[in-house]
Design a protein around this ligand. Structure first.
Ligand code: ADP
Length: 369
C-alpha cells in the first residue's frame, strides 16, 4: 500500500499535448477513478504512473519514493487492462502465480498466495481450470487476482470492465469495490463511464483536455460541479439560456428563455448586466404535477404542455413545451403519476438546486429563493 503523487505531469506526442501539467494526490488505500471522455489523457496518465510511458515533464512519487525514472518492474505497481491477456496453456492458478514465480517466491508459497487471491475474487473453485473455458467476467477476475497476487503498492486499472456486457459490468463494479475493501490496496481506476466511477470511487478526478478539472467524492462533484463541462458530463440536464437583467447585492437576477426570472447568488464571480448565462435544471430536481389551467405560476414554477414521451428502458422521459422552450424530466417506468402527451403540467423547482454558468463554462453561482 502507498500513496501516489503526480506533480506537473506532462506528456507531449509531437504537437499534441496529451497530459498538460497535471497534479494529483491519491491517499494510501484509496480507490480513485480517473474519469473523462475518450481522448482526455486518462490512459496516458495511468501509463506514466506505471512507468509504461515516459513523461515529457513532471514527477511521479509512490509513497515518498520518486519513481519517475524507474522502469515498470522497479515500481511496485501492477496493471489490469481491458483485455485480460491470460496465458491459455496454463491453469487458472498458474496464471495467478505467474508474477510470484518471476519474483522468485517458492512454489508452496506461490500456490498459497494465488489460492488466497482466487478466493478474494470468488474464483476459488476454478483453480485447475483452463482460462479459455471461462466467461469474460471470470477471466477478468483471474486477471485481477494475478495483478493482486504480487501485492502491489498501487493497482492500476485501465478500463478493465469495458469488454463486459452491461449486466456483468454492473455486477463486477460492485465486486471490484468489495475486492478493494478486502485488500486495502491503493487503486487508480480509469473509466469514461460516470456510473462506474460513482459506483466504485472514494474520489473521482474528472479530466478534461489533459488536466484534472475537479476532484472530490462522487456526491460532491455531482452536487457541486465547478464548470458546465462537469455538469453536462456527469448527467443529462436541461440547460436554459438566461440574460443578466440586474446586479444585486448578493448576486444577479437573470431572465430565462422561458420568461421566468431566477435569482443567482454569485459570490465573487464577476457578472455584469447583459451577460449571457446557462442555467442548469437537473431533470431529477423538477417537481411536476398535472394542472387544469396556467394560472398561479411564480418565480420557481412554470406551466406547459407535455409534447413527447420517450421510453428509455427503466425510465420514461417527458418533454414539456413552455412556450417554445422545452424542459425534460424523467420518471421510473410504472410510476403512479405517468403523464401523456397533451397533459398540462406545472413544473416547479427549488431555486437552490439551480446552477448558473458563464459563457466560458465557469460556474458563477447557485440559485436562491
Ligand atoms: P483517454 O485514455 O482519456 O481516452 P489517452 O490518454 O489514451 O486518452 O490519449 C490522450 C491523447 O493522446 C489522445 O489524443 C490520443 O490520441 C493521444 N495519444 C495517446 N497515446 C499516443 C501515442 N502513443 N502517440 C500519439 N498520440 C497518442
Amino acid at each position: 500500500m502507498a500513496s501516489v503523487t503526480l506533480s506537473g505531469l506532462r506528456k507531449e506526442y509531437g504537437d499534441l499535448t496529451a497530459v498538460d501539467g497535471l497534479d494529483l494526490d491519491v491517499d494510501d488505500g484509496e480507490l480513485l477513478c480517473l474519469l473523462g471522455p475518450s481522448g482526455c489523457g486518462k490512459s496516458t496518465t495511468l501509463r506514466m504512473l506505471g512507468g509504461l510511458e515516459t513523461p515529457t515533464d513532471g514527477d511521479v512519487h509512490i509513497g515518498d519514493e520518486p519513481v519517475t525514472d524507474q522502469p515498470p518492474y522497479e515500481r511496485n505497481t501492477s496493471m489490469v487492462f481491458q483485455s485480460w491477456a491470460l496465458f491459455p496453456r496454463k491453469s487458472v492458478i498458474e496464471n495467478v502465480a505467474f508474477g510470484l514465480k518471476m519474483d522468485g517466491v517458492s512454489e508452496d508459497e506461490r500456490r498459497e498466495r494465488a489460492r488466497e487471491m482466487l478466493d478474494v475474487v470468488e474464483m476459488g473453485e476454478f483453480v485447475d481450470h483452463d482460462p479459455t473455458d471461462l466467461s469474460g467476467g471470470q477471466k477478468q477476475r483471474v486477471a485481477l487476482a494475478r495483478s493482486l497476487a504480487i501485492e502491489p503498492d498501487v493497482l492500476l486499472l485501465d478500463e478493465p470492465l469495458s469488454n463486459l456486457d452491461k449486466r456483468l459490468r454492473e455486477q463486477m463494479q460492485l465486486e471490484l469495490r468489495n475486492i478493494h475493501d478486502a485488500v486495502e490496496t491503493t487503486f487508480v481506476h480509469v473509466t469514461h463511464d460516470q456510473n462506474e466511477a460513482f459506483t466504485l470511487a472514494d474520489s473521482i478526478a474528472i479530466m478534461h483536455d489533459g488536466d484534472i478539472e475537479q476532484i472530490g467524492a462522487p456526491r460532491e462533484v455531482y452536487d457541486d460541479p465547478v464548470s458546465l463541462f462537469i455538469e453536462e458530463f456527469l448527467g443529462d440536464t436541461n440547460l436554459v439560456d438566461a440574460t443578466v437583467a440586474e446586479v444585486t447585492e448578493t448576486g444577479v437576477i437573470a431572465d430565462t428563455a422561458f420568461d421566468t426570472e431566477v435569482d443567482v447568488r454569485t459570490g465573487d464571480a464577476a457578472v455584469a448586466q447583459g451577460d449571457g448565462l446557462s442555467v442548469s435544471f437537473r431533470p431529477e430536481e423538477l417537481d411536476v404535477e398535472r394542472v387544469e389551467g396556467t394560472d398561479g405560476d411564480g418565480a420557481s414554477a412554470v406551466t406547459g404542455e407535455i409534447t413527447d414521451v420517450l421510453y428509455r428502458g427503466s425510465t420514461v422521459r417527458f418533454y414539456v413545451d413552455l412556450g417554445g422552450e422545452h424542459l425534460f424530466f424523467e420518471q421510473s417506468v410504472g410510476a403512479d403519476t405517468a403523464f401523456s402527451a397533451g397533459d398540462v403540467v406545472r413544473v416547479s423547482w427549488d431555486p437552490d438546486d439551480l446552477l448558473a454558468f458563464a459563457a466560458d463554462g465557469a460556474r458563477v453561482g447557485r440559485g436562491e429563493t
